[in-house]
Design a protein around this ligand. Structure first.
Ligand code: NDP
Ligand code: 8X3
Length: 262
């Protein structure tokens, strides 16, 4: 966003899940520019180390701590957060970004393993992280939880069934948490993108890169940086401003299923 020495995010501690790729990775870079301290997690630790090196190269003063963590593992999530040193425990902003889709099948043909992976990651993983981190934020009287949902959490599209259900759940959790925290200074934001070109479709199609490319054919999709910029903007509003929900489309996308391609 800006190389702003006076940024309100300077020295804020931001925990980003799923920072090894796409939106999470771009968000880490964007928060670093603002002078934030970064706690990054994902399963591919080598990717996080590369990102850490890249961030430090462009901004050597950035404090980054990378953690190998599968958010589906409740015990590991709890242990990881409990074991953070005092310096790294006081999380100001939690970006619940880790997530994925698996498959694009009619429900009657769907793979149960795909469903479980999506629900365990997108819903349960987000809940484990939130449950462990929010009480500390309440105690300290400040905090911001930013959940990455999707347009798929607002509209169901053909064959989207279980992925959409997981993102509808994210939206319900975002709204529910906001209600439950209304008597605290904490803020809760949902960010709901349409088509963003990341590794998302490659993961959805189990590594079929040709099929993944077709998703973005004939339209200029959003870039992960577009979403990162929005996340940073939401996080840097004054404390009395709570951005509740942001839906972001590429210009030629009008709904989950309506995309004008040339
Ligand atoms: P990517 O596949 O590029 O990134 C997904 C990230 O999530 C990776 O860093 C991956 O890291 C991490 N992740 C996946 N599973 C786990 C896990 N079990 N534990 C920890 N980290 C995990 O996709 P995007 O950047 O596009 O996706 C980010 C979020 O944005 C997701 O929640 C997605 O649903 C959402 N979204 C994406 C859209 C798009 O069009 N791309 C649109 C709307 C929402 P690793 O594999 O190393 O663990
Ligand atoms: C990702 C966007 O439309 O592929 O959540 O579901 S979509």
């Amino acid at each position: 966003m800006s190389d702003n020495a006076g940024s309100v995010l300077k020295t804020k501690l931001v925990f980003i899940t799923g920072a090894s790729s796409g939106i999470g990775r771009a968000s880490a870079t964007a928060f670093a520019v603002e002078g934030a301290r970064l706690l990054l997690c994902a399963r591919r630790i080598e990717r996080l180390r590369e990102l850490e090196a890249e961030i430090k190269k462009s901004k050597p003063s950035t404090e980054v701590h990378s953690i190998q963590l599968d958010v589906r593992d409740k015990t590991e999530v709890e242990k990881t957060i409990e074991n953070l040193s005092e310096d790294w425990k006081k999380i100001d902003i939690l970006v619940n970004n880790a997530g994925l889709s698996r498959g694009l099948d009619k429900l009657q043909d769907g793979l149960i393993e795909d469903w479980e992976e999506m629900i365990d990651t997108n819903v349960k993983g987000l809940l484990y992280m939130t449950r462990k981190i929010v009480p500390g934020m309440i105690e300290r009287g400040s905090g911001h939880i930013i959940n990455i949902g999707s347009i798929a959490g607002h509209e169901v599209y053909p064959r989207g069934n279980v992925y959409c259900a997981s993102k509808f759940a994210v939206d319900a959790i975002t709204q529910g948490l906001r209600l439950d925290l209304a008597d605290t200074p904490l803020r809760v934001t949902g960010i709901d993108p349409g088509l963003v070109e990341t590794e998302f479709s490659e993961v959805r199609f189990h590594g079929d890169t040709e099929r993944a490319k077709m998703v973005y054919k004939g339209i200029e999709p959003l870039k992960p940086e577009d979403i990162a910029e929005t996340i940073v903007w939401c996080a840097s509003r004054p404390p009395h401003v709570q951005i509740a929900d942001v839906i972001i489309f590429p210009t030629h996308q009008a709904s989950a299923a309506v995309v004008h391609r040339t």
